[in-house]
Design a protein around this ligand. Structure first.
Ligand code: BGC
Length: 362
């Protein structure tokens, strides 16, 4: 009797261990950069929606702005048997080691929204057209400006993110002719002023400008930088101003700083991501525009690419992006410029966000 109880217990533990290890197996591992920005919570939510019908098992982990944590996440997903890694790198170059590790373990690596640099271990890149994002931001400022001598304040994303360069390049393409013809006068970057005669900038030149105007994609850094710029600016550098802000989180922070300055009479400011708080800022007239990058499309492209790889195929590519080592195949998606005039059609009527998220919509 005692012996059979022991055997039953042993069998029970073995069965539990086996089912536990099966339950832990996943096919697709997803790594996102941080939970601290609404943008990436959007991606998590949209992935969770997509995963209900995806037909594969997946797990989402966050790196919380740490490349070390990101590496641990990738290793955990490899251990769980993932066949595909979908990863949005915190730091483009630091993530190369994780991509290499995944490739060595036999995974396909999909770079998600941000390109991983300086490695051959990237199989596909799902992205929006980031040059078009920067161009849309700048075009909005250009369309709202009249006359000459309009004060222009430039801000950018983190230099560890390849997108920051693409956004800036897209914006510079549109702004530079309008700086050259006197419509705008740059007020917060001596490096940008030094380079304002050049239609095209090298990456190193953009890096120099970013060094002066980076927000690090961080709200506090953005607010402090804007306040510091306003502190040294003369009254004549203020008045009706134009602000290139790289995304919604930094746009709200910079907008708040400019709104607090008594010598600022009005400001036009860009953004991107259509985050709920920024859509509210647009409705309230506190942020001028955002660029809608429909995350549902990006998630679908990443999911479709994962399924194609799982079935042994190769996902469709319309473009390539050079990551310093190879040309990575990609299919960039289009973006939409949104302001108070089309916010209801683009954001609510399209089903992107529910009207109940906002006040003052009519
Ligand atoms: C993304 C943006 C995001 C930013 C900060 C960029 O790489 O493309 O959508 O706002 O990172 O997280």
């Amino acid at each position: 009797m005692r012996r059979s109880i022991v055997w039953i217990l042993v069998l029970f533990f073995v069965a539990t261990a086996i089912s536990y290890s099966f339950a832990q197996t996943i096919e697709v591992g997803i790594v996102l950069p941080t939970k601290d920005e609404p943008r990436w919570i959007q991606d998590e939510a949209r992935f969770n929606d997509a995963l209900k019908t995806a037909g594969y098992s997946a797990e989402i982990l966050f790196s919380q702005g740490s490349s070390a944590r990101e590496k641990e996440n990738v290793e955990a997903l490899i251990t769980k048997g993932a066949k595909i890694l979908i990863i949005c790198p915190h730091d483009a170059t630091a993530a190369a080691a994780s991509a290499d590790e995944a490739r060595e373990a036999g995974l396909k690596v999909i770079s998600y929204d941000r390109l991983i640099l300086e490695t051959e271990s990237v199989d596909y890149y799902v992205t929006f057209d980031s040059i078009a994002v920067g161009a849309a931001q700048a075009q909005y400022l250009v369309d709202k400006a009249s006359g000459t001598g309009n004060p222009l304040y430039l801000y950018a994303g983190a230099a560890t993110d390849n997108n920051s360069f693409l956004f800036f390049e897209g914006a510079w393409n549109v702004l530079q002719p309008k700086i050259a013809d006197g419509t705008f006068v740059i007020k917060n970057s001596s490096k940008a002023i030094d380079l304002q005669g050049k239609a095209e900038l090298t990456r190193a030149e953009m890096g120099d400008i970013l060094g002066q105007v980076t927000t690090e994609w961080d709200f506090t850094t953005a607010k402090n930088l804007a306040e510091a710029n306003l502190t040294v600016a003369e009254v004549a550098d203020k008045g009706d101003v134009f602000i290139l802000a790289p995304n919604d989180g930094t746009s709200r922070a910079i907008a708040d700083a400019f709104a607090d300055d008594k010598d600022i009479k009005s400001y036009v400011i860009s953004g991107q991501d259509a985050e709920i708080p920024s859509v509210q800022y647009i409705i309230d007239g506190k942020q001028s525009m955002t660029v809608l990058k429909d995350v549902r499309t990006l998630v679908k492209d990443a999911s479709d690419a994962a399924v194609t790889f799982l079935e042994g195929g190769v996902p469709e590519a319309t473009h390539t992006y050079n990551n310093g080592r190879i040309d990575v195949p990609a299919k960039p998606s289009q973006v939409i410029s949104v302001d108070k005039g089309n916010v209801k059609a683009a954001i609510i009527d399209s089903g992107y966000w529910d009207a109940s998220e906002f006040t003052g919509l009519d």
